[in-house]
Structures are given as C-alpha cells and as structure tokens.
Design a protein. Structure first.
Length: 76
C-alpha cells in the first residue's frame, strides 16, 4: 500500500469533505471491524492536511520500513 501511495501520480489535495474524527479503537489496535470504530477513515482534522505533510508522512513510513527490512537482512 505504501509503495502504491508513493508511486501514484500526485493528485490535487481534496480538503474539507471528511469530518474531523478521533476514533476510539480498543486495544489491541488490530480489530477486524475497523469501520465499527472508525467509520469515516479519518484520524484528526483533515482540514490541517497539506501535500507537504503527506510527502513527509510517506517518506517517514517508507524510511522506517526500509530500516526494518535492513535489520531483517542482517539477521540472515
């Protein structure tokens, strides 16, 4: 999924359509029915989003995944 996001062509940022939401997902975090606890799929205030914040978030996630994969490679 992250690779798909990182390689997709940029689209205009669509701000203001989703409602602000702070879901209360029970622990452990991986519940099967996320829609039950997170109906809008938004975490926080989407009006604060920006393309730059999105680029930074994707870079942070992909860098962390690369770091984890490097650690796994070193274990072999």
């Amino acid at each position: 999924m992250l690779l798909k996001l990182a390689t997709s062509p940029p689209r205009p940022l669509d701000k203001g359509k989703a409602a602000e939401e702070y879901p209360e997902i029970p622990k452990p975090f991986n519940v099967k029915d996320k829609v039950k606890y997170w109906p809008g799929g938004v975490w926080g205030n989407p009006k604060k989003a920006s393309a730059e914040k999105g680029r930074k978030a994707i870079k942070l996630m992909t860098d962390k995944i690369a770091e984890i994969l490097d650690r796994i490679e070193k274990l072999k």
